[in-house]
Design a binder for this molecule. Structure first.
Ligand SMILES: [Zn+2]
Length: 208
């Protein structure tokens, strides 16, 4: 029997400047002011005066994962004997496409089969996703990084990560295909060989 969980929202970043450590906010502000001038705006008009600062703080927050070690979130909980498949689905995430600095937003589903009772806290999986999402990414790499870190850190029998996201660089500009979803998956360990278990995981992920 597999255990399936629906994820709650990951914790919100606390203070306004949380995550801004190690970020040159002033440098970003200068860049944003140039963008405003570049599109023909008056960067000094009242509505825009604080915009460069706000944008700088937003990018500091959206790249917060660059300044932490995601593997810290993968620590086995002591004293558990669970060795059936665990699925956590609908972990919401927001990331930044590294080609356009535009957000892509969606859901991540993680399935793993523990080995020797090593399981990880559910909120830690959400933190792991957030840690890799909050940096400049492409969805394929994001998916693999989550799978590799979980597989390497927890040493389970197998890991499967499925991500579905809408890329604003695709839906509001360029080809403009609203509602288009990009789905990526990364499979490690036992799931690779065992198509029946893989199918079971996929069915549980798709189940609404
Ligand atoms: Zn893009």
């Amino acid at each position: 029997m597999a255990t399936s969980y629906s994820a709650t929202e990951p914790d919100e970043g606390s203070g306004e400047n949380e995550g801004a450590r190690g970020v040159d906010l002033e440098k970003i502000e200068r860049g944003v002011r140039l963008i405003l001038e570049g599109v023909g705006e008056d960067a000094e008009r009242p509505g825009l005066q604080r915009t460069p600062r706000r944008v700088a703080e937003m990018y500091a927050e959206l790249t917060e994962g660059m300044r932490e070690d995601p593997s810290e979130h993968v620590r086995a909980l002591p004293g558990d004997r669970h060795d059936e498949m665990v699925i956590v689905k609908d972990i919401h995430f927001a990331s930044l496409c590294e080609h356009h600095l535009a957000p892509f937003v969606g859901k991540c589903h993680i399935a793993y089969i523990p080995k020797e009772g090593r399981i990880v806290g559910l909120s830690k999986l959400a933190r792991l996703v957030e840690s890799f999402a909050r940096r400049l990414q492409v969805q394929e790499r994001l998916t693999s990084e989550i799978a590799d870190t979980l597989f390497g850190g927890l040493k389970p029998v197998g890991v499967m990560v499925v991500m579905e996201a809408e890329h604003t660089c695709m839906t509001i500009r360029g080809v403009k295909k609203p509602g288009a979803t990009t789905i990526t998956s990364a499979i490690r360990g036992g799931f690779r060989k065992d198509s029946r278990t893989r199918a079971e995981a996929m069915a549980l992920i798709r189940e609404k």
